[in-house]
Write a protein of this length. Structure first.
Length: 115
């Protein structure tokens, strides 16, 4: 029984051809990617990884993700109350949460008129 195998012709751009050549050159060098790329002036490490992944995805190691147990810690934090400093002439008034608005208005008015 004969099997008819069909091959699809794949168009490769000039850029892809160049990267295939460069990746083959790296393979033949026996160097690590980092060392090989370091010797090249016109190739970055990220570019090399990108093109290798694009052209040879089966070569890229697929490492399983290790799930780690999350450990939670208790943390007690005292948040200081919010304060606002109001300056009228040479006087400083510290205003805290829950202040009496009418009283503050009256104090500011008295201090303004004092000078």
């Amino acid at each position: 029984m004969e099997t008819d195998t069909q091959f699809q012709e794949v168009q490769v751009s000039g850029k892809e051809e160049e990267w295939i050549r460069l990746i083959d050159e790296w393979r033949e060098s026996g160097q690590s990617i980092k060392d090989w790329v370091h010797e090249k002036e016109d190739i970055t490490y990220k570019q090399f990884l990108y093109w290798r992944k694009q052209l040879f995805p089966d070569e890229i190691e697929k490492r399983p993700v290790e799930m780690k147990e999350t450990v939670w810690s208790s943390l007690n934090v005292e948040i200081p109350s919010s304060t606002l400093d109001v300056f009228v002439h040479d006087c400083r008034i510290e205003v805290t949460a829950g202040f009496d608005q009418e009283l503050l208005r009256e104090i500011v008015e008295v201090l303004r008129n004092a000078n």
